[in-house]
Write a protein that binds this ligand. Structure first.
Ligand code: KIV
Ligand code: ZN
Length: 496
């Protein structure tokens, strides 16, 4: 491994699986491991073999089936943990035993109930014992960032002397800041690794202060060449460093980090989805790299710039991580975004129809948020509902038992007129009020409401057919409010 190579150690299946409520079966773990292999992570921490028979089985299944990544199992400084880890992983093409113990005063006193001398002895003996079984040994000093620095250096040196080739400096409680962590790792580099090319310094950062990725990346500058992370950042409490964020940060900011990684970035989204599906942990919409909005553009200004040159608002391409760019049509979108969406549907409109469709779209988007393809088709399929000399100003309806009434205000050639009427239901009452204002004898021949999207806020397309005494006329309107849309559709027919 050249010193310019950054090892991606993924612990989705061990630390990630420790998240509350996650309990993957061995076969689910294998599915994730196989996907991690496609992502080309260097090391897969498949579990903590001694923690339960199910975990042992999962680790072993992965060790048997995954060929390209190294398979690691976690073990405490206990001979039985190390034996069980080795039994589970020895069949793998490449295996690693990951031995750990706590080194901070608070952990040693309250969790291990051991003195520094005892912990140091345990670490030495365990690494030595594990090394007899497996060539590749990682040693972690749990809670390293709250550990007395001299003791940390002493125990890491001891682990190296006994054969550990990867020394991990975990920020177990997510307490470190980038500058703290950088200082600490520089010390470890100078005093433990020195010029020894066989020793890899590793990071393992938790995200309690939202600094896990930043801390891990900073460590590269201090000479760390392994980063531990979990897909979607899952893990104990606020989770771990997000593996996918590290991969994309290193790829995108080569100017800063200058290290190579093997990862197949186009597999990132698939990996994220699989982990989310099998763990039941949703991915937040705006999550970096894998969130559903990570490559979406909604505001008019952004859409305008993006449509001219994608790099105005994108620092990495969506396809490089398996995502698709999305122009979201919503209330912040402008004409450029609206036109682009129509172009993609091969819809061409003359200027007048474009303007009136854009107006309808804005009105609808104001109520609805995102406008989807079907709604867009309905909007442009509609003959401008508010064109003509009569426009709807407001409509209010009341319905109780068998009685319905409506009050409608129309703008008729610049003048507002209001009428109320009763009817056989709210729509009938509203149409009667419209006819009163317009002194119209038109008859409603057909009336149809189709919902274009699902849910109680669904958009409806309302079609009316009216006989004005001479001809049949069709009116259409699109709205989230069926009563208002019905009156607009009715007026659309009468206006013709
Ligand atoms: O957070 C931690 O310190 C760990 C170790 C076991 C590596 O998960
Ligand atoms: Zn951890």
């Amino acid at each position: 491994m050249s010193s310019d190579q950054l090892i991606i150690f993924d612990t989705t299946l061990r630390d990630g699986e420790q998240s509350p409520g996650i309990a993957l079966t061995p076969s689910e773990k294998l599915l994730i491991a196989q996907q991690l292999e496609k992502l080309k992570v260097d090391v897969i921490e498949a579990g903590f073999a001694a923690s339960s028979p199910g975990d042992w089985e999962g680790v072993n299944l992965i060790a048997k089936n995954v060929k390209n990544s190294t398979i690691a199992s976690l073990a405490r400084c206990v001979a039985d943990d190390i034996d069980q880890s080795w039994e589970a992983i020895k069949i793998a093409n490449k295996s690693r035993i990951h031995v750990f113990t706590s080194t901070s005063d608070i952990h040693m006193e309250h969790m291990l109930r051991k003195s520094k001398e005892e912990v140091l002895k345990d670490a030495r003996e365990s690494v030595k014992y594990a090394k007899k079984l497996c060539e590749d040994i990682e040693f972690s000093a749990q809670d390293a960032t709250r550990t007395d620095k001299d003791f940390l250096i002493e125990i890491l040196k001891a682990a190296v002397e006994e054969g550990a080739t990867t020394i991990n400096v975990p920020d177990t409680v997510g307490y470190a800041t980038p500058s703290d962590y950088l200082e600490l790792l520089k010390g470890v580099y100078d005093e433990v690794k020195g010029k020894n090319d066989d020793i890899i310094i590793s990071t393992h950062c938790h995200n309690d202060l939202g600094l896990a990725v930043a801390n891990s990346l900073t460590a590269i500058t201090a000479g760390a060449r392994q980063i531990e992370g979990a897909i979607n950042g899952i893990g104990e409490r606020a989770g771990n460093t997000s593996t996918e964020e590290i991969i994309m940060a290193v790829k995108t900011r080569q100017d800063q980090y200058g290290v190579d990684i093997k990862a197949e970035t186009t597999e990132i989204l698939e990996t994220s989805r699989l982990v989310s599906k099998l763990t039941g942990y949703p991915v937040q919409f705006n999550k970096a790299v894998v969130g559903k909005n990570a490559f979406s553009h909604e505001s008019g200004i952004h859409q305008h710039g993006y449509l001219r040159n994608k790099m105005t608002y994108e620092i990495m391409t969506p396809d490089s991580v398996g995502q698709e760019a999305k122009i979201i049509l919503g209330k912040h979108s402008g004409r450029a975004g609206f036109k682009d969406a129509l172009d993609k549907l091969n819809i061409e409109l003359d200027e007048e129809s474009f303007n009136s469709s854009f107006e309808t779209f804005k009105k609808l988007a104001d109520r609805k948020g995102e406008i989807v393809e079907n709604e867009l088709r309905a909007i442009v399929g509609q003959v401008p509902s508010q064109s003509g000399s009569v426009k709807l100003v407001s409509v209010s309806v009341n319905s109780k038992d068998d009685f319905a009434s409506a009050s409608v205000t129309l703008n008729v050639q610049g003048e507002e007129q209001t009428e109320s009427a009763e009817g056989d239901g709210m729509i009938d009452a509203a149409f009667t009020a419209v006819k009163k204002i317009l002194k119209s004898k038109a008859k409603l021949i057909d009336y149809k409401v189709d919902s274009i999207t699902k849910g109680s806020d669904s958009t409806a397309e309302i079609v009316t057919i009216v006989n004005d005494g001479h001809n049949l006329k069709q009116g259409r309107a699109v709205s989230t409010d069926v009563v208002q849309g019905s009156v607009e559709s009715f007026l659309n027919a009468l206006n013709k």
